[in-house]
Design a protein around this ligand. Structure first.
Ligand code: GDP
Ligand code: IMO
Ligand code: MG
Length: 443
């Protein structure tokens, strides 16, 4: 008999290159949580939830917001574009949700301001013309904002409460970025006054939601709350552990749930890795199991169209390929994954056979885990194991026993190969399209 434990915290992280279905799973798990926290990234994330057929796309606000009364926290590790945040709040309010009374924004979050967006875009343009090759960023100013944080010159959410301090810091920071924009990036410098005036206007609305998030989560935990930490992006996009330089600018791994929200690492009790039953990637960078997606009748085209693999934030087509279990192995180690949720199993329905990459050939040698150097990853030839597919539909299936035998044996083989239990399987975009094997919030 399973028993629910109180004061237990679950971290949800992507184990691939993002878009694994983290938002759907966080929304599902919020049923057992009394608080949901984002701890890194910004509005480069696009988390899509479908509840009784109704779709909602979230970027900065935790996916727990869809459950009435659940407090949602934006931790200090998140970079906040105040204008975007306000528009996301307003969009949810227009859909009838109560947001402001239960959204808490850490005062320590670095701000994304208009010049970060300009620098991000101008730098991508320069990389393209110089032949360095674009990273393929989302163009939301994420990288430049994190650079300012690390350089100890960022404007933070707390500065919005102090107009004089904000003005002084903004003048200095804008001067620096304008120098780079005009001189090096061959772009237009920005004016101080419109940025300042707009920030002060938005500040009035955000002030009531500013909070000491780490302490709030700590107190909630002492009172028995289960907290859910919602990762953005994915392990292979992590600034340290991903396919550098084709990565985002934050640590996306589970360990950062503590530093990025202001709680101790002893508060991370269960790490749930979200893994798509195949692989996708948006933006540039190496991708060993990638398949061409444009030709009708091919596997890549099937994954792209049946999986509706188009980015939520930028609308770009996602690159697609087979599941890379050798890359997954590295993600499991780095995150300390307790259990996995395999998503989008239904997208594999109808395929004759299904391949899984279980290692690579690199310079004549067989290796069984994703290498660290991006050039080595480019040179990797995937080694596949092939499984028979299934004709039946798995769409919306909610029990393990109702899955086709071949689907079960595919999942069991993946589980055996990576040596980590599968806790959940997702068979469709809706909240209810979920198979539970071991509940992360139950003993
Ligand atoms: P996230 O960034 O990790 O939250 O993932 P995204 O929301 O960007 O991308 C996942 C997409 O797949 C969304 O459109 C989801 O609605 C959808 N989705 C999630 N789980 C499933 C599933 O099991 N099957 C299908 N067909 N779609 C799913
Ligand atoms: P979610 O949370 C997929 C990718 C971009 C680009 C790289 C750097 O929805 O899984 P950035 O704008 O962060 O500097 O871009 O990271 N990227 C994502 N890819 N899902 C995401 O978020 C992503 N967030 C950033 O496409 O390759
Ligand atoms: Mg996404």
């Amino acid at each position: 008999m399973t028993q629910q434990i109180r004061g237990r915290n679950v971290v949800v992280v992507g184990t691939q290159w993002g878009d694994e279905g983290k938002g759907k799973v966080v929304d599902w798990l919020t049923d057992h949580a009394q608080g949901v926290a984002r701890f890194q990234g910004g509005h480069n994330a696009g988390h899509t939830l479908v509840i009784k057929g109704k779709k909602t796309a979230l970027q900065l606000i935790p996916s727990g917001i869809m459950r009435d009364g659940v407090p949602c926290y934006i931790g200090n590790g998140v970079v906040v574009d105040p204008t975007h945040l306000l528009s996301e709040i307003e969009r949810l309010e227009a859909a009838g949700l109560e947001v402001r009374s239960r959204l808490f924004i850490s005062e320590s979050c670095p701000l994304i301001l208009p010049f970060h967006v300009e620098v991000d875009k101008a730098r991508e343009a320069l990389r393209e013309t110089s032949g360095a090759g674009k990273i393929g960023t989302t163009g939301k100013g994420i990288g430049p904002a994190y650079e300012d944080k690390v350089a100890r010159r960022a404007l933070r959410v707390q500065d919005l409460k102090h107009p004089e301090r904000f003005e002084k810091k903004l003048r200095e920071l804008l001067e620096l970025h304008n120098f780079a924009l005009a001189g090096y990036l061959k772009s237009q410098p920005l004016e101080f006054q419109p940025i300042f005036d707009h920030a002060m206007k938005v500040a009035e609305q955000l002030k009531p939601m500013m909070a000491d998030v780490g302490y709030m989560i700590h107190k909630a935990g002492r009172e028995g709350a289960n907290i859910l930490f919602e990762g953005a992006q994915g392990t292979l996009l992590d600034i340290d552990h991903g396919t550098y330089p084709y990565v985002t600018s934050s640590n996306c791994v589970a360990g950062n749930a503590a530093a990025g929200s202001g709680v101790g690492p002893d508060q991370l009790h269960y790490i749930l890795g979200i893994t798509k039953a195949y692989t996708t990637r948006v933006g540039s960078g190496p991708f060993p199991t990638e398949l061409p997606i444009d030709e009708p009748g091919t596997i890549g085209h099937h994954l792209s169209t049946v999986g509706q693999e188009r980015g939520t934030v930028t609308g770009r087509a996602r690159r697609c390929g087979w599941l890379d279990a050798a890359a997954l192995k590295r993600s499991i180690i780095i995150n300390g994954i307790t259990g996995l949720c395999i998503t989008k199993l239904d997208v594999l329905d109808g395929l004759e056979e299904i391949k899984v990459c279980v290692g690579y050939e690199l310079n004549g040698q067989r290796i069984d885990i994703l290498p660290l150097d991006a050039d080595d990853i480019v040179a990797c030839q995937p080694v596949y194991e092939t499984f028979p597919g299934w004709k039946e539909t798995t769409f919306g299936v909610t029990s393990w026993d109702a899955l086709p035998a071949n689907a079960r044996s595919y999942l069991e083989c993946v589980q055996r190969f990576i040596g980590t239990p599968i806790a959940m399987v997702s068979t469709g975009p809706d909240r209810d399209h979920t198979i539970l094997l071991r509940h992360p919030y139950q003993a």
